[in-house]
Design a protein around this ligand. Structure first.
Ligand SMILES: Nc1ncnc2c1ncn2[C@@H]1O[C@H](COP(=O)(O)OP(=O)(O)OP(=O)(O)O)[C@@H](O)[C@H]1O
Ligand SMILES: [Mg+2]
Length: 315
């Protein structure tokens, strides 16, 4: 078992490296790192041009590992993501040609532009960390992180991710616009060239696996477990929700809080970690009735925030 203290310098090196390119947005950067350390996947949502792709690329560049980017389009087929079996005439055998999902960091850009079939193929591979083609199973490499981006305000020609599969993402994160000071700094930083071009890796893929092991060693005392479960359970039967968060959600929140604790330099989880992660981990795992039928993402986030206000925090 990796000691949390051993990986702390690597984690801060990773974070600082990403932040050399992504200016401001410290919470967003941390949430993406939380996803990585917890061994989950990240859904980055926002309007165009706020740095989603740059954040994913900066993270991938900071790790000495394979990186692939797939632009999701309506004509993208499941096999374009997963890979295909091709007939090799000389040997008379089928040979598997791995698709771009066989990588360490996969940027699935504009995932909502692909058809549900292709989305499902990726989501299933993310969940199972393996791909089955022609009855042969191929295991994905480790670490394996998918950062998917989508613009939630774009509807024309898009296929919203199925609600029932959104929970394949550990966290859903918004970017948001930069502050004035950060935007000034962004202009200055890119006056000559993009800072991404000069970014060098600071950790290896094996380091990331060690960080993920260290996350599992982060302690969670019984009162914090009780608090976390009280928050999750309060979403069940909530008057504005038709479906509350599942035990899979409790597990996700628990692993994510361990990762956040480590990012904050602690070896134990605090109720604060639960508070900070409840919305990004839980809001996309509940279903609400909302004003006009289906609750919007905003409404679901508000309900989870209300739940946090209502549940008593242990001392
Ligand atoms: N917080 C930020 N820090 C550094 N650069 C930023 C930030 N926000 C935006 N940018 C810059 O804005 C430009 C556009 O960013 P990017 O391509 O990542 O946007 P995007 O969110 O992926 O957009 P799209 O949805 O169109 O793909 C890049 O040059 C990027 O460096
Ligand atoms: Mg982009």
């Amino acid at each position: 078992m990796t000691n949390p203290a051993d990986v702390a310098p690597l984690i801060s090196a990773l974070e600082q490296n990403v932040r050399r390119v992504v200016l401001g947005k410290s919470d967003t950067v941390r949430l993406v790192l939380t996803g990585l350390l917890a061994g989950g996947h990240v859904l980055l949502e926002d309007v165009p041009g706020v740095g989603k792709t740059v954040l994913a690329k900066a993270l991938a560049r900071s790790i000495d590992c394979d990186f692939r980017r797939v632009q999701f389009t309506p004509d993208l087929l499941p096999s374009d993501v997963l890979g295909v079996s091709v007939y090799d005439a000389p040997s008379g055998r089928f040979e598997f040609k791995p698709g771009p999902v066989f990588t360490h960091v996969l940027l699935a850009d504009e995932i909502n532009r692909a058809t549900p079939r292709t989305q499902s193929a990726l989501l299933e591979a993310m969940n199972e960390r393996q791909v089955s083609v022609d009855r042969t199973t191929h295991t994905l490499p480790e670490p394996f992180l998918v950062v998917a981006t989508q613009n939630p305000y774009e509807f024309e020609g898009t296929y919203p991710l199925p609600e029932s599969q959104l929970d394949r993402f550990l966290v859903r994160v918004r970017m948001g616009y930069p502050s004035l000071a950060d935007e000034k700094a962004i202009l200055a930083a890119q006056r000559e060239r993009h800072p991404l071009d000069a970014l060098k890796p600071v950790v290896t893929g094996a380091d990331v696996v060690r960080m993920q092991e260290a996350v599992r060693a982060v302690r969670m005392e019984p009162p914090v477990v009780d608090y976390l479960l009280a928050v999750v359970r309060a979403t069940r039967g909530h008057k504005h929700l038709t479906l509350g968060a599942s035990p899979r959600a409790s597990l996700a929140l628990s692993r994510a809080t361990q990762a956040r604790a480590l990012l904050e330099g602690r070896t134990y989880v605090l109720p604060d970690d639960v508070k900070a992660l409840a919305v990004p981990v839980l809001a996309h795992r509940v279903l609400g009735t909302g004003a006009g039928g289906d609750a919007t993402a905003d409404e679901r986030e508000r309900v989870v925030a209300d739940v946090l206000d209502a549940v008593e925090v242990p001392l």
